[in-house]
Write a protein that binds this ligand. Structure first.
Ligand code: PGA
Length: 255
């Protein structure tokens, strides 16, 4: 089994100076440890370079929160995966529900983004998840199926192996109300099965992250669930003590 992945999504928080302080604190807490899990931080674009300088030569991974679907061109205001790779990113979060909701990103567009990331070759963290209305209407698995089928269309072999999937129920993001262990277990067991149906054996090794109000107090039980291979953490990743505690929980789970 691949190593667990603990990823911090800093969203649109921290300026360049605050990012450096935050990563110095986090890195200070883990640099002398021989961690079993992988740690990834995804600061805003403007902080990627300063954070990369602090992390130079370390094992902590750097990721971005989005990218454009083209490698280069006249797209004022956009950032390409080529720029991200050049700055030392290994991962890019794609299809976060905030991007789907506020920026109208569709599965079709996300599929293009995934392909351009994989071509470079970086690892996408492809986010999927249902809204509360969809869950209440009993449509959770139809929604997740469509997101996976359209989003991963044509992504196979090595590309598929490099793709991380993050299950983030929209109603659990930033609300302080995480999904229950039972809900996460149900969704992740289903996900593993669905990916196996779609891509066969390779799905056994897919890293499946859970995201949505993961905190020090619930991290250990969430990370202990069989088909959970790590977490995508928003709010709690901005508090270095909390993020370090979640990393400790991942270490204690020892998968
Ligand atoms: P949260 O965010 O941990 O603050 O709920 C998770 C995410 O949006 O990835």
């Amino acid at each position: 089994m691949k190593k667990m992945l603990i990823a911090g999504n800093w969203k649109m928080h921290t300026n360049a100076f605050e990012s450096v302080k935050l990563i110095e604190y986090i890195y200070g807490g883990i640099k002398d440890k021989n961690l079993n899990c992988k740690v990834l931080v995804c600061p805003p674009f403007t902080s990627l370079y300063p954070v990369s300088q602090v992390l130079k030569g370390s094992k902590v991974l750097l990721g971005a929160q989005n990218c454009h679907e083209e490698i280069e061109g006249a797209y004022t205001g956009e950032i390409s995966v080529r720029m991200l790779r050049n700055i030392g990113c290994s991962h890019v979060i794609i299809g976060h529900s905030e991007r789907r909701t506020y920026f109208g990103e569709t599965n079709d567009l996300l599929n293009k983004k995934l392909k351009v990331i994989l071509e470079r070759p970086l690892s996408p963290i492809f986010c999927i998840g249902e809204t509360l209305e969809e869950r209440r209407a009993g449509n959770t698995f139809d929604v997740l199926s469509l997101q996976l089928e359209e989003g991963l269309d044509g992504i196979e072999g090595e590309d598929f192996e490099r793709t991380v999937i993050a299950y983030e129920p929209v109603w659990a993001i930033g609300t302080g109300v995480a999904a229950t262990d039972e809900q996460v277990k149900e969704a992740h067991d289903w996900l593993r099965g669905k990916l196996a149906e779609m891509r066969g054996e390779a799905a056994r090794e897919t890293i499946l992250l859970y995201g949505g109000s993961m905190k020090p107090k619930n991290a250990e039980s969430l990370l202990s669930i069989d088909n959970v291979n790590g977490g995508l953490i928003g709010g709690a990743s901005l508090d270095p003590e909390s993020f370090l505690k979640i990393i400790e929980s991942a270490e204690s789970v020892n998968k």
